[in-house]
Design a binder for this molecule. Structure first.
Ligand SMILES: C[S@@+](CC[C@H](N)C(=O)[O-])C[C@H]1O[C@@H](n2cnc3c(N)ncnc32)[C@H](O)[C@@H]1O
Length: 260
């Protein structure tokens, strides 16, 4: 197995294959869920809700839809993904950083952590990401965490998809399973078929993702000081960013006014 396919390596989709991201996950597919997240933020945040920090903003697909409503600051650990997002959202501020440790030295009305939180594979890492969110959320502000799965909603799955854009096309097979149900990780293996002017090639990629029970999420968020409600997002149709058309837990958090 190539070095960059080791369990703990950064997924190739966010490194050498990042330019292919928009052909795997098309920005148009995020309109419905971005609107759901916007409504959740508005409900939990004492107005105004103007400045929003996104941790793990990836290719900027949610940002494309949210930027019409908020002033966005986008943070990601992968420089190649920041490049993809900058080309889609040139008007947004982009910052290189790890959600477990980044400190920007300013507060935001809301902090949004979408599926990038899936890459927190241990409880201490998840707690660090929650602390980063808390530190950047002003009192009275809101935070949103949107893991793809919690333990209670996880189902092994196989899906496929892909898009065509200009002279390039991608088709992929995505296979998600839980090799060891006793630990806090699951694995998604991808086979990508990449077509461009040079021909078609196949590439392999492994993503190791965290999986935690709802009770772990609620305990860590409460320990940090957040007031939490669990909402559920149900997509109206299956999209490539959602492996199945199930229900997705969204942790909607309010930072109390009196919090420091
Ligand atoms: C599935 S993509 C996010 C896509 C995003 N939801 C969008 O709207 O385009 C996951 C992202 O999480 C980022 N990520 C993984 N671990 C991270 C960390 N520790 N800190 C910040 N970003 C991280 C990856 O670099 C990748 O860009």
């Amino acid at each position: 197995m190539a070095d960059d396919c080791r369990d703990n390596a950064q997924p190739r989709l966010y490194a050498d294959l990042a330019p292919w991201w928009p052909l795997l996950s098309s920005p148009d597919e995020y309109a419905e869920e971005a609107e759901f997240y916007r409504q959740c933020l508005l409900k939990a945040c004492r107005p105004p809700t103007r400045t929003v920090l996104e941790l793990g903003s990836g290719g900027g697909n949610n940002a494309l839809h949210l930027k019409a409503h908020f002033e966005l600051t986008l943070v990601d650990v992968a420089p190649a993904m920041l490049r993809v997002s900058r080309s889609l959202n040139p008007e947004c501020e982009h910052i290189h950083g790890d959600m477990r440790e980044v400190r920007l030295g300013r507060g935001f009305d809301a902090v949004f952590v979408h599926d990038a939180v899936d890459y927190m594979t241990t409880e201490p890492d998840l707690a660090r990401a929650i602390e980063t969110t808390w530190v950047h959320c002003r009192p009275g502000g809101a935070a949103l965490f949107c893991p793809t799965y919690v333990k209670e909603t996880f189902q092994p799955s196989t899906s496929h998809g892909g898009h065509d854009r200009m002279l390039r096309s991608m088709r992929y097979l995505e296979w998600t399973r839980d090799p060891d149900p006793k630990d806090t990780t699951i694995v998604t293996d991808f086979a990508y078929l990449l077509s461009d002017a040079t021909g078609v090639r196949v590439e392999y990629d492994r993503h190791v993702l965290g999986l935690f029970p709802r009770t772990t999420w609620l305990a860590l968020l409460a320990k940090q000081g957040f007031l939490v409600a669990v909402e559920q997002f149900k997509p109206s149709k299956t999209e490539s960013s959602q492996a199945d058309a199930g229900l997705y837990d969204v942790f909607v958090c309010a930072k109390p006014e009196m919090a420091g």
